[in-house]
Ligand binder design. Structure first.
Ligand code: ATP
Ligand code: MG
Length: 329
């Protein structure tokens, strides 16, 4: 039996090139080597307020983008988290073995809580729900961006604690980061991670942005006071980010990057980055349009996927209930 891969994206805004390079592109690359499950994690999205109509639409958009980006629905499962109730069920059981102190250390919680007027307790519990998503399917590999490394460590801590309290139950999941593009930074502010939920038109390139918009966002990206790329001196974070975006999309080696970009003026660097991003997103946008025009297609994939994964999820919940002494009929 192949080991399992699990990962997810929140339907909390427009998917961007950070989500693509940090997560989706890696999923596409490895999906056939494993039994693969990719989730639209809507229960995570509601840890900050989402307008119901927008959330409903985003769930479908994200699912379609997974497939448009190259997730093979004949092989991999594309699942809406709230469609499989076991995610929330296991999350509660794991909440009860997770010390508050572990959650208080999470940098994502600190950053997101600071941006909210009123912080829902779901935002605090977010990493436990994520642990449940992963442990529910006994996933061995979790391909994510670098920002999720800390949550993956926590997931292993929770699994270990559960295993030591109640006996061997969970597979220990491994974090898988891409070699380049694991942390794409904001184009307007290269000190902040590119995020769906961040405001500002110059912040991110969305996967569905039209070419002229992509060009505009990248040409306006923050660089530094030097005129040109110089590999002899450490590049400022804005330039390093543009180079990383290019390298990740082109699949270039470090040597090729040096040969191609040494001495190039920032204006020309930006033009090259814009052109490769436009070229790589074009076929994804084309497939996205095609498959959203096919009536019933997406619903069928989502329904079949949920049906396929539910028995795996239910059997884990049943095992956890038995281990903990909860009632099982
Ligand atoms: P939000 O602002 O709502 O948290 P997000 O852009 O951080 O949105 P998530 O849905 O939280 O996106 O994360 C989905 C996946 O994309 C995760 O694997 C995450 O690590 C990855 N990811 C998110 N942002 C980046 C980024 N800037 N660079 C690389 N990977 C990223
Ligand atoms: Mg995030």
């Amino acid at each position: 039996m192949k080991s399992r891969v699990l990962s997810g994206v929140q339907p909390s805004g427009n998917l961007h090139i950070g989500n693509y390079l940090g997560a989706l592109a890696n999923w596409v690359r490895i999906q056939h080597d494993y039994e693969s499950i990719f989730c639209i994690v809507d229960l995570h999205a509601i840890t900050v307020y989402q307008k119901p109509d927008e959330l409903r639409a985003k769930i479908r958009e994200v699912a379609a983008l997974f497939i448009a980006a190259g997730i093979d629905p004949k092989h991999s499962r594309v699942v809406v988290q709230s469609d499989v109730p076991a995610h929330a069920e296991l999350a509660w059981m794991l909440t009860c073995v997770t010390p508050m102190g572990w959650l208080e250390r999470m940098t994502q919680f600190k950053a997101k809580a600071a941006a909210q007027e009123s912080v829902g307790s779901g935002l605090f519990q977010y990493p436990v729900l994520m642990a449940a998503d992963i442990l529910l399917y006994q996933a061995a590999i979790v391909p994510v961006g670098e920002d999720q490394s800390q949550h993956l460590e926590l997931t292993r801590d929770i699994a270990q604690r559960f295993n030591s309290l109640y006996g061997e139950t969970f597979v220990m999941p491994e974090t898988k980061l891409p070699a380049v593009g694991a942390r794409v930074m904001g184009l307007d502010d290269p000190s902040a991670k590119m995020s769906k939920s961040a405001a500002g038109s110059g912040h991110a390139v969305a996967l569905l942005d039209p070419p002229d918009r992509i060009r505009k966002t990248i040409m306006r990206a923050t660089t530094d006071s030097n005129p040109a790329v110089d590999f002899e001196h450490a590049a400022g974070p804005g330039v390093a980010n543009l180079l990383a975006i290019y390298q990740a999309f082109a699949g270039s080696t470090d040597d090729r990057m040096r040969a191609e970009f040494q001495g190039l003026r920032y204006g020309d660097l930006k033009k090259k980055v814009a052109e490769i991003v436009i070229a790589k997103l074009e076929p994804i946008q084309q497939r996205y349009r095609e498959l959203t025009e096919e009536p019933g297609y997406l619903d069928r994939i989502l329904r079949e996927s949920a049906e396929a994964v539910t028995p795996i999820a239910d059997s884990t919940v049943k095992l956890v209930k038995e281990r903990m002494g909860l009632y099982t009929a």
